[in-house]
Design a protein around this ligand. Structure first.
Ligand code: URA
Length: 205
């Protein structure tokens, strides 16, 4: 495929999408990235999580949420007795965007054109999985589903219903919790993150 284009999936299955997305060149992020990091989880998952984009560890491993943010996410789910293996976990943007600083690759936020180019994959994942509930991790994910007017800190932890009946809720990105400087701030941010995720428990949807 040429720059600006992507291979067409051979059918509507997640496997076919994942395969096609490997060769995606719809935006320039494919070039410096190691690989496409597609969503993972059961194709009949009832809950679908959306993050922002792969980080350094995800770019190298090819799997979503396996680095520090993913570990925190796992810990929060485990604390609530929720099994990550039952969920579909993906990102709004499927290539790692970074800048090199010495020996490290620093995350950079995907811009509007990169988010728009990648949207087709998220839409296809949503159409294939058809979850009952979507949980957005961070503002980039939330705006990809709820629109650019969404205000994370004012609207986090509240279920909304999309036109097709899907329930959607947003909380902070796990990296936001990790970024808090003081122990107290970090503990408070983590507790609120867990409280938001607890809305996934039976009876709270
Ligand atoms: N941050 C994200 O938003 N997604 C990942 O997969 C990893 C880190």
């Amino acid at each position: 495929v040429r720059d600006g284009e992507a291979p067409e999936p051979v059918d509507d299955s997640l496997a076919a999408m994942r395969d096609a997305a490997r060769g995606c060149k719809r935006c320039p992020l494919w070039k410096p990235a190691t690989q496409t990091v597609f969503g993972e989880g059961p194709d009949d998952a009832r809950v679908l999580f959306i993050g922002e984009q792969p980080g350094d560890a995800e770019d190298l491993s090819g799997h979503p949420f396996v680095g520090p943010a993913g570990k925190l996410f796992d810990r929060a789910l485990a604390e609530l007795g929720l099994d990550r293996a039952k969920f579909y976990v993906t990102n709004a943007v499927k290539h790692f965007k970074y800048e090199v600083r010495g020996k490290v690759r620093l995350h950079r936020s995907p811009d509007a054109s990169e988010r728009a180019a990648c949207r087709i994959w998220l839409e296809r994942e949503l159409a294939a999985v058809k979850p009952d509930a979507i949980v957005c991790l961070g503002a980039i994910a939330a705006r990809s589903v709820l629109g650019s007017k969404f205000r994370l800190m004012a609207q986090r932890g509240q279920w909304q219903t999309l036109a097709d009946g899907t329930r959607v809720m947003a909380t902070v990105h796990p990296s936001f919790v990790l970024r808090q400087r003081g122990d107290e701030e970090r503990h408070a941010a983590y507790a609120q993150f867990v409280a938001d995720l607890s809305l996934l428990k039976r009876g709270k949807r």
